[in-house]
Design a protein around this ligand. Sequence first.
Ligand code: ATP
Ligand code: MG
Length: 563
Amino acid sequence: MTLTETAPTDVGRDFIRDIIQGDLEAGRVAGVVTRFPPEPNGYLHIGHAKAISLNFGVAEEYRGRCHLRFDDTNPTREEQEFIDAIKRDVHWLGFDWGENLYYASDYFEQLYEWAEHLIRAGKAYVDDTPPDRMRSQRGTLTEPGQNSPDRYRSIDENLDLFRRMRAGEFPNGARVLRAKIDMASPNMNLRDPVLYRILHAEHPRTGNAWCIYPTYDYAHGQSDAIEGVTHSLCTLEFEDHRPLYDWLIENLPVPAHPHQYEFARLNIAYTVMSKRILTRLVSEGHVSGWDDPRMPTLAGVRRRGIPAAALREFVRRGGITKANSVTEFAAFEYSVRELLNRTAPRRMAVLHPLKLVIENWPEGTTETLEAVNNPEDPAAGTRAITFGRELYVERDDFMENPPKKFFRLAPGREVRLRYGYFVTCRDVIRNAAGEVVELRCTYDPATRGGNSPPDGRKVQATLHWVAAADAVPAEVRLYSHLFARPDPGAGGDIMADLNPDSLEVLRGCLLEPSLAGAPIGEAVQFERLGYFCADPDSAPGRPVFNRTVGLRDTWAKVQGRGG
Ligand code: ATP
Ligand code: MG
């Protein structure tokens, strides 16, 4: 499938920034405090990069502050590994919470006291209804729910039961604490939502101090209030939760009155932004881990060589709106290429080597030539490369019986070897199976540096190559979409939509020697092939490279242009 490049739209302002600006101008807030509130139950993904950039971005723009708050209210799914990874990834993306690192679990005691406050005010009750019955009593979008018999419990009984829940007297699921709001509300979230559930589970931070845990809805707004968050920014699926957010803030003696605003999630075609699905990809072994370069996680994107600045630019271009949409993968690649084209050093590497021997080159001698590091950036300078009698070129760059539009190597054809010389193919050598295994060529000494000869003779193709004398063997991993359809899961089982060809491993690739020590994760351009970076799996003398992204041009366009 060919995706068209999406032209960037410039987005400076959005409705969130308008709201903030208005609040500041009207004096409704003294300053801006936001937070990014991940649940530490998985690694961050590209969608989170949007929420991070928005929260930290507006705080920076309005000289406020942005908190990193772990929403660690469900100990059965949360782990220290995820806390550490989230911190690492936020820093990598280029944002810093400074002193403002918080955990919802820091507020467990306060949240508990406020729950007793609701009980004393007759606005919360302990419910013993079994979960499945509670679900059916909740009603539907068209029918009101039914009051639980426990709704009429006395305040004293509720207090006693809630304290015994905390003390660990009851097993998981035996009882919950619910807000007493309105079982007939058209908003399901106001039908006596659960505030606390019993979970006998060890928490990564509070250990075994608690066996009741607050729900997201109960913990979130109150945590915002405790921290003095002014604008609590979240994704659209929480829009229907806002009345509950406000109800709790209004009915509790909280120190501040934060407001929630919702924006559309970032979705990208051919991948998923759900931690539940990403967790399954890892635990079921469909990928090598959370940082597999095919994963849309920040750790995966980083390992793939995508610079944080490209990701920030991509989410900035997407803008902040209230309309859900799916972004084309090409728009992401556009931002990556655009940055790497400006910044990535150029190198030569051959992925499918075909030997090329220059018959009129003196045996046993090599020559040092100069190659430009980045034509987009003169300050990047040049480097020395070796030329010699035995070289390797890309197998695809030779055709024995070329069609009309093929301008690269063919019997009798002359081409330029970039930064090297013009060479002409004189003969081919085959193996027993009849496959071409070597090209016999001659070179023109008057074309040193790849320059046209005095007679003004032109060639129509410029090829990349490496010298047999010093090329370094490498493994190169090529990635394509993790899923085979743009809307994974839309047809049912999402795992059935995995792209079986998302990873292609090439062994026996050859690199120019300067690539042997390339820093892990820093993208370079392999000329004519794309952007690549060294993978942490590299060992001394055995580099492993990941393809970050292909070049904008297809092979067809490159060949016609002649380099
Ligand atoms: P799940 O994938 O299970 O829905 P989550 O991705 O929402 O989980 P959280 O840790 O709750 O995980 O997310 C932290 C914050 O990031 C929330 O404020 C959430 O709204 C925001 N966020 C999550 N996914 C996206 C997305 N695709 N685009 C923009 N923001 C997102
Ligand atoms: Mg969530």
